[in-house]
Ligand binder design. Structure first.
Ligand SMILES: [Zn+2]
Length: 107
């Protein structure tokens, strides 16, 4: 059977077996951890004006590490992951391209 992607869009090898699932932060879809897009954000747990006031009074506010997972659909939609430029992508052999054009044109 032909495959569009060699790794099936995942980092898991064929011998890895079961991979734990994570939830997408935006749509709460259940996604395999190796397929999901993982991002780590550092930020203050206290927002805006309150944080500024507290620091001016001499309070030490430590930054918090936040791990976020996105499903592929959400990552693409929100621009976290982008499609690679055409010249960076895999080269399609000309025979296959010709075949595709023939099927489209019906010649
Ligand atoms: Zn999602």
């Amino acid at each position: 059977m032909p495959h569009k992607r060699k790794n099936r869009g995942r980092k898991k090898g064929k011998d890895a077996g079961h991979v734990k699932y994570v939830h997408c932060t935006l749509c709460h879809a259940r996604v395999p951890a190796d397929k999901a897009v993982k991002r780590v954000y550092w930020g203050s747990p206290i927002a805006g004006a309150i944080a500024k006031e507290l620091t001016s009074q001499g309070t030490l506010i430590t930054n918090e590490r936040r791990t976020v997972y996105y499903c592929i659909r959400c990552a693409m939609f929100h621009g976290i992951v982008k499609i690679r430029p055409r010249d960076e992508r895999k080269k399609i052999p000309e025979e296959i391209l010709e075949k595709r054009f023939r099927s489209i044109l019906g010649a």
